[in-house]
Write a protein that binds this ligand. Structure first.
Ligand code: VG1
Ligand code: CO
Length: 539
């Protein structure tokens, strides 16, 4: 029996990056099956097609992959490519989809969210370009989940995932591949491995990469230690665990505290961490935090030092809440600079149309057109390549950058687990107020312009409305507010602050941004609506 009757399950609307729910929700009868069949039904055809499958190794990853295999066989796929032990980082999945032309891939991850039986799981579909499904495709998948009445699932032997090899089930060829090799090969095409090896073997440059017990461990081992010759203790927490060792696999100053402590205590030149599925990165110099917006701007400015980008960039892009540091580099290099809504799916069309080469988000996401996902280890290699090419330290590079371009102070304040109705009421009130804000003063700052961000994709003309509230001040400051689309309980309010300063380059960001924070309270009334006097996480 391959055909199973089912009925729609509420709440299967994908968020910023796929469908994320508690493991317990995914364990409900037919929950995963309904969503997977809805993906398959959104494809033109499954018949004889190739599909890539892998995940970040979190709890439920292996079981989910066996279910997807059973369903893919019953739906007539010709070939499945699966990462060994079910492991593929998000950027590696993108790389594999592009290298072995496929109709797409299924990536199992809840990214930076914790894992384990009581924590989070996630699933997303990436298209044939290797990038997250477009908004239009996501809409079709969601519609299918609301109408589903049956799914196909074959009754077959489980596939051995831990050993590289080939299997046949029904008329489907199933290839279990090395999770790292294709990705490592791509990295070697982009960067100057000889120069980086020389830098690392000189003994004058020491670094640490924290894989946070998540998917990037095996990739970092092979690339940083085996290929670049870094000492074995340069990679920590390298073994992927189903529960990420009980931590949040989220590379920021709070959750990557072990890395921060190690870099500072040992006086290392460079520190970096990535998230659950290996697409985010945080980078640090010695006692020196580099915010992701600055990292993106600096790498764009220094891109000519990296072999793959030495002939120039097609253009650049950033998500709307990301600071405008990138725009200043683009202006100087005479590059087009696009502003997109939050989420990597919006960069794909721009890359496919060769309008941009580099792009990034304030949420520790940096990437280029080498794949169609953000890529944590790629960003780390960019920095290592720039160190090797310039002989300069992270601090020196960043300070020289600010001296040329000025500094965009940036911070994001997250209020987690906020009551959903209270958050909705806050935004309703704010949106009503928006047209009246321009020209008025709040906490001593005068508003220039205020609106709700909407985006028209310049390639396919698709429109995405309601992508966050923006308030611009005549001081050059900006406040952005939006609700997270990746959380699994309550609402997470994100408030983004940025302030340009051409002269004062060494302020504490929280102090530099304090006037904007006072204005936010005066305009929005965050505390009044949410009952929160302070954010839960500050990055
Ligand atoms: C967050 C970030 C966003 C990022 C998304 C997925 O979304 O803000 O920039 O693209 O996570 O990242 P939200 O809707 O919670 O603000 V990840 O590493 O899941 O793949
Ligand atoms: Co991620």
């Amino acid at each position: 029996m391959t055909l199973h009757a089912t009925s729609p399950i509420d709440g299967q609307k994908p968020g910023t990056s796929g469908l994320r729910k508690k493991v317990k929700v995914f364990q409900q009868s037919n929950y995963l099956e309904n969503f997977v069949q809805s993906i398959f039904d959104a494809l033109d055809s499954c018949d004889g097609q190739r599909l890539v499958v892998g995940g970040d190794g979190r709890y439920l990853n292996r079981d989910a992959i066996q279910t997807i295999i059973q369903m893919a066989v019953a739906n007539g796929f010709g070939e499945l490519i699966i990462g060994q032990s079910g492991i593929l980082s998000t950027p590696a999945a993108s790389c594999v989809i592009r290298k072995y032309p496929s109709c797409g891939g299924i990536v199992l991850s809840a990214s930076h969210n914790p894992g384990g039986p009581d924590e989070d799981f996630g699933i997303k579909f990436n298209g044939p370009n290797g990038g997250p499904a477009t908004e239009a495709m996501t809409e079709v998948i969601y519609r299918n989940t609301q109408q589903i009445s049956e799914y196909s699932k074959a009754d077959i032997e489980p596939v051995e995932l831990d050993v590289i090899g080939e299997h046949t089930r029904g008329s489907t060829l199933i290839r279990v591949i090395d999770s790292v090799v294709d990705y490592a090969e791509l990295m070697q095409q982009l960067f100057d491995f000889d120069a980086m090896r020389t830098l690392i073997s000189s003994g004058n440059f020491r670094f640490c990469f924290d894989a946070m017990h998540a998917v990037a461990g095996p990739y970092a081992q092979q690339i940083l230690i085996d290929l670049l010759g870094a000492p074995a203790d340069s990679v920590i927490n390298a073994e992927p665990k189903e529960d990420f060792g009980g931590h949040h696999p989220d590379p920021n100053l709070v959750h990557a505290a072990e890395l921060v402590e190690r870099v500072n205590a040992q006086g290392l030149d460079f520190g970096a961490a990535s998230d659950g599925d290996g697409d985010r990165n945080m980078v640090l110099g010695n006692h020196f935090y580099i915010n992701p917006c600055d990292s993106l701007a600096l790498l764009a400015a220094q891109s000519s030092q990296i072999p793959a980008y030495s002939s120039g960039l097609a253009g650049v892009a950033r998500s709307m809440p990301t600071s405008r540091a990138l725009d200043r580099v683009a202006a100087k290099l005479n590059l087009d600079c696009y502003e997109t809504p939050t989420g990597w799916k919006f960069f794909g069309n721009l890359m496919d149309a060769q309008r941009i080469t580099f792009c990034g988000e304030e949420s520790f996401g940096t990437g280029s057109s080498h794949v169609r996902e953000k890529d944590g280890l790629w960003a780390v290699l960019c920095w290592l390549n720039v160190f090797a090419a310039t002989g300069k330290s992270a601090t020196q590079l960043m300070q020289e950058h600010w001296a040329i371009y000025g500094r965009d102070y940036f911070s994001r304040h997250d209020y987690e687990g906020v009551d959903s109705d209270a958050a909705a009421a806050m935004f309703a009130e704010l949106k009503q107020k928006l047209p009246t804000l321009a020209g008025s003063e709040y906490a001593g700052l005068s508003v220039d312009q205020a609106d709700e961000f909407g985006y028209t994709d310049p390639v396919d003309g698709s429109v995405s409305q309601g992508q966050g509230v923006r308030i611009f001040f005549s001081s050059g400051g900006r406040i952005v507010l939006r609700l997270s689309g990746t959380g699994t309980s309550g609402a997470t309010l994100r408030v983004y602050y940025d302030q340009f300063d051409a002269e004062s380059l060494d302020l504490d960001p929280q102090k530099a941004l304090a006037p904007l924070m006072r204005a936010a309270e005066a305009i929005v009334g965050i505390e009044k609506h949410t009952g929160r006097a302070a954010p839960d996480v500050v990055t």
